[in-house]
Design a binder for this molecule. Structure first.
Ligand code: A2P
Length: 345
């Protein structure tokens, strides 16, 4: 089997560290690994597939003569904006986990269970974009339902973990909880979020937009239709909650006029969909929760129920690990499909 040289930009971050774990778990065919981060992390050791690698500094030249085939970028949009081109110029395909290239027309935006065929367009820019974490887990649930009934509109409210703000976000929640038990919460550091996140809920993720929505909410609106090649209405309310990992979503789906939703039929297509697990037995206290999804590669769905008033509306509850399904695992699944395409070509 052919092996590939892999670079990971953001190797010391929350998603970077998870990438190494996923690459190891799926026995990704790695020839050589190049972990990259800022000067702060140079020399730190990364272990993957039984080998130890040292983090190097991300520079404009670092990709030269390294024969990198696949470069995962997970160090923030401004880093991708500046450095992705150097990886592409050196001959690598960039799988970008930031929002920077997602809505660029000739950059495919891919969730492998939903639109794997778009990976073929990678050559136009040398870049494949990994969607927003909340979008990935939502489209995995929307796709089988859209194929079944045809979606007219989606209304989603998210309950997003602090892992979405990287290691700094996770540390801030832990520190604030510790301060709470030390009776010093009032003095705790508030940096990663606009307000204290411990014992709180913040209806504000990413930058406010002129239309009254946030950038995170508009990512869900725009990315969903790009991935699904659809044009249905989407409205999102994105909320940060004091959960360490795994985002939850309450999703209301309005299907085309005349559709009469059959809950059993909807459950069946969700059960049959790749990497989706249905847990839907409220009588026995069984439904998806972050403590179930964390550290897994599945997107969980439950609380599947028909609207009380309209036959064409379904309500569902979806949960997935943001760092894995919403980032590292999706990126690795893209890379695996890309390899499959390259080897078939
Ligand atoms: P570093 O740890 O050296 O700062 P997270 O999402 O958990 O906050 O992680 C962000 C990742 O992006 C880290 O690996 C971080 O490296 C990396 N990063 C941040 N700024 C830069 C930069 N200017 N150049 C390279 N990597 C960076």
């Amino acid at each position: 089997m052919q092996k590939y040289n892999v670079a990971v930009v953001g190797a010391s971050g929350a998603v970077g560290e998870e990438l190494f774990r996923v690459l190891e778990e799926v026995a990704f065919p790695i020839a050589n690994l190049l972990p990259l981060a800022s000067a702060r992390s140079v020399g730190e050791e990364i272990e993957c597939q039984g080998k130890v690698y040292k983090i190097e500094e991300l520079t404009e030249e670092v990709f030269q003569n390294r024969e990198i085939d696949i470069a995962f970028f997970s160090a923030g949009g401004s880093i991708s904006e500046k450095y992705a081109k150097y990886a592409v110029e050196s001959g690598a395909v960039v799988i970008d986990n930031t929002s920077h290239f997602r809505m660029v027309e000739d950059v495919p935006l891919v969730v492998p269970e939903v639109n794997p065929e778009d990976i073929e367009k990678w050559e136009e820019r040398g870049i494949i974009a990994n969607p927003n974490c909340s979008t990935i887990q939502m489209v995995q649930l929307l796709k089988p339902l859209h194929d079944l009934y045809g979606i007219k509109r989606v209304d989603v409210s998210t309950y997003q973990a602090v892992s979405g703000a990287g290691k700094a976000g996770m540390e801030e929640l832990v520190m604030q909880m510790q301060s709470f038990f030390n009776f010093t919460l009032d003095d705790a550091k508030v940096e990663a979020f606009a307000h204290q996140i411990a014992l709180n809920v913040i209806p504000h993720i990413d930058v406010p937009q002129a239309n009254g929505y946030t950038k995170e909410e508009m990512k869900m609106v725009n990315e969903t239709n790009k991935i699904m090649h659809s044009d249905f209405a989407v409205s999102a309310t994105c909320v940060r909650v004091p959960v360490l990992r795994s985002h939850s979503e309450s999703i209301t789906i309005t299907f085309d006029e005349g559709v009469n939703v059959d809950v059993d039929e909807a459950r069946k297509v969700l059960e049959a969909f790749e990497n989706v697990t249905v847990i839907d037995d409220i009588a026995n206290n069984k439904y998806p929760m972050p403590i179930i999804s964390t550290d897994t590669d599945e997107t969980y769905v439950g609380r599947i129920r028909k609207d009380l008033y309209a036959d064409n509306i379904l309500h569902i509850w979806g949960v997935a690990d943001q760092v894995r399904v919403g980032a590292a695992t999706n990126a690795v699944r893209i890379a695996q499909k890309w390899i499959q395409l390259e080897e078939e070509a």
